[in-house]
Design a protein around this ligand. Structure first.
Ligand SMILES: Cc1ncc(C[n+]2csc(CCOP(=O)(O)OP(=O)(O)O)c2C)c(N)n1
Length: 318
């Protein structure tokens, strides 16, 4: 990398990998090659990319059903991720989990979760374990704005603060809880203010700026690693697609999505880099390279055999 290519070129490529992965996922889902519901994070890529940039291999990340971006930002390879979506035996989880259950602990990605708010107590458990196992692990959990109203979230945040556990709570506030605006569901729409009630630092940041996310996460992770306890980050963002594939988005005001495209994180970072003197060609090349990588990975996944029905009873616990 030359002095004309700042480190943020890597962020641009990382965000584009997620964007291309999800655009291809939407195509495969609409073509009925992916079974089950799919929740995309198009527009929210700066949050996992900025957050995971400051993590170490021993750290543990927990996400929601909208978590493909977190898995990829953690370093999970593209081909097994596509294979998982496509029900292939080479999938991350043997093709058994699908879109909302990606899990790859070998990459420090301890899984998506379809139960709203359920990742938080599990992350707190991982943080509590870190106190005893000497791993130095920090646990990071992402969740939506709607999830902050789940009881499990309250219990998790209270416990983490009471015991000064190394957890970072990352609220991806895309302003909708499923199909309902968060502002209609809470008395205090500035969700970060809740952190004070638990006794932990809270902040509201621009979640469409990858550098802002990275800086806020660096401070929270340093604090957690130093034994000073949890933090709450409310990262403001916008989802550029429906809640799930097939959502007709009747609840969104006319023009909202078109205007959100003006603020999305990839184009924004490109404009920032160009203003710093990086050529448009360099930006385009990083974006194209990421998109090409995705094309190769999906071809590899599609060539793999489907998961076998023979071993469907394996890996079950009762
Ligand atoms: C415990 C539980 N209650 C309800 C649901 C149904 N549900 C799925 S997504 C969702 C909205 C969550 O919104 P938010 O937390 O803001 O996350 P986003 O989908 O915007 O990323 C709900 C209520 C669920 N999956 N789990």
């Amino acid at each position: 990398m030359t002095s004309h290519q700042p480190a943020e070129i890597g962020d641009l490529a990382a965000m584009q990998r997620i964007r291309s992965f999800e655009e291809k996922t939407r195509e495969l889902s609409l073509a009925r090659q992916i079974i089950g519901s799919v929740h995309l994070s198009i527009g929210q890529e700066a949050i996992p990319v900025g957050a995971c940039a400051v993590l170490q291999p021993q750290d543990a990340v927990f996400a929601t059903y909208r978590g493909h971006g977190w898995a990829l930002a953690r370093g999970v390879p593209l081909a097994p991720s596509f294979a998982e979506l496509l029900g292939r035996s080479t999938g991350l989880n043997g093709g058994r989990g699908g879109s909302p259950y990606f899990s790859a602990p070998q990459y420090g990605f301890f899984g998506e979760n379809s139960i709203v708010g359920a990742g938080a107590p599990i992350a707190v458990g991982a943080a509590l374990a870190a106190r005893y196992d000497g791993s130095g692990r920090v646990a990071v959990v992402s969740f939506g704005d709607g999830a902050t109203n789940q009881g499990a979230m309250h219990e998790a945040m209270n416990f983490a603060a009471a015991f000064s556990l190394p957890v970072v709570f990352v609220c991806e506030n895309n302003t909708y809880s499923e199909l309902t605006p968060i502002a209609e569901m809470v008395g205090e729409p500035e969700l970060w203010r809740r952190a004070a009630g638990y006794g932990m630092p809270g902040s509201r940041i621009d979640g469409n700026s990858v550098t802002t996310v990275r800086d806020a996460m660096a401070a929270a992770v340093d604090r957690a690693r130093a034994g000073e306890g949890p933090s709450f980050i409310e990262a403001m963002t916008e989802r550029l697609v429906g809640h799930y594939i097939g959502d007709v988005e009747h609840y969104r005001p006319a023009g909202e999505v078109a205007s959100a495209w003006q603020r999305e994180p990839i184009g924004r970072l490109e404009r920032e880099l160009v203003a710093q003197g990086v050529t448009e060609a360099v930006c385009r090349a990083a974006v194209q390279q990421a998109a090409d990588e995705v094309e190769r990975a999906v071809a590899e996944a599609l060539a793999a055999p489907l998961a076998s029905a023979e071993d469907v009873k394996e890996h079950l616990y009762a």
